[in-house]
Design a protein around this ligand. Structure first.
Ligand SMILES: [Zn+2]
Length: 317
């Protein structure tokens, strides 16, 4: 089973409820997408069913869970190519909860993407929440809790899941992207910064081609003042459609921070020009969206402005 990182508060609260024997029958785990709420829900299910209530990973129940074959766990979510979760899916869920457990007297359902329940499905779920079956636990996972009817929310125990701190994001990225990121600490730093608490935001880094693109951009901008315009143009054309724009900007500006933080003396005008170019880069992702600019051409324009700012005689000294 995947390890949970960064949700100790929730795990502790669950463990306490388990120990005190006052487990609420429906937990609503909500928080932004990409922070590991589903993995957390799986872990909570494991805590409930584990023989030592610790998600030990080695008892019979934990082994069955890891193999996805525990008969007392049921998982539903948005099906591929479907727009919403249907009433039939919810009926199956409720039918499962009404059965008695086969391995233990507990049954757990993990309902993912709950903000995608359609109206009928939400109404059916509401009925189930009003009359919970003894021994059942419903773990509802959703990103946008406001999209759930208030009647559902009020019958659940709301548990907010916070974005991860940078150290935890680093741990997750290091493990999940070990293959693609390798030992590239510079890129890892940038990814941690860009993820901003949400490892899922950089899931594109699973693709080796994206890492390669970012690394080649980093090389190009390391010596921006003398970089080859043809190569810059080529990079933009090849990669602007696949690499997240925010990440491009991070890589682009990384080598400039020392220069911006301690500008050279007597270079007020040159520093102004550089600041203007940097602001252009920072605004670029938003402007591409708002003004539907052509991304490759507009990125190249930003790069050239940056390049010319860095080529000023003052910056070159
Ligand atoms: Zn166990």
């Amino acid at each position: 089973m995947k390890k949970v990182t960064g949700h100790q508060v929730v795990e502790q609260r669950f463990a306490d409820a388990l120990q005190r024997g006052n487990m609420h029958h429906a937990w609503l785990l909500h928080g932004i997408k990409g922070i590991g709420k589903y993995t957390l829900a799986e872990n909570l299910a494991a805590r409930l069913l584990c023989e030592s209530h610790s998600a030990c990973g080695s008892c019979h129940a934990c082994l069955m869970l890891a193999a996805g074959s525990h008969p007392d766990v049921y998982q539903i979510g948005l099906l591929e190519k479907k727009r919403d979760i249907s009433i039939d899916q919810v009926r199956e869920l409720l039918g499962f909860l009404a059965l008695s457990g086969s391995e233990s007297e507990r049954r757990v359902v993990i309902l993912d993407d709950a903000d995608r329940l359609n109206n009928q499905a939400a109404n059916a779920l509401l009925k189930g929440l009003e009359e919970p079956s003894p021994g059942s636990l419903l773990l509802i996972v959703c990103a946008d809790v406001e999209k759930l009817p208030a009647t559902i929310r009020s019958r659940c125990m709301l548990q907010h899941c916070a974005p991860l701190n940078p150290a935890d994001v680093r741990t997750v990225l290091k493990t999940e992207f070990a293959e693609s990121l390798g030992a590239d600490n510079v890129l890892l730093d940038l990814a941690v910064e860009f993820a901003d608490g949400c490892p899922g935001a950089v899931s594109c880094l699973h693709e080796r081609s994206i890492i390669d693109a970012l690394q080649s951009l980093a090389k190009l901008v390391a010596d921006m003042a003398s970089s080859d315009i043809g190569k810059l143009e080529n990079w933009c054309r090849t990669n602007v459609a696949t690499v997240p724009h925010g990440l491009i900007v991070r890589v682009l500006l990384q080598p400039l921070y020392p220069l911006l933080q301690s500008p050279k003396p007597d270079s007020f005008a040159a520093t102004q020009v550089l600041h203007k170019a940097v602001h252009g880069c920072l605004r670029w992702p938003g402007e591409v969206q708002r003004q539907s600019l052509r991304p490759a051409a507009s990125l190249l324009a930003c790069l050239l402005e940056l390049r010319s700012a860095l080529r000023s005689p003052v910056q070159q000294r």
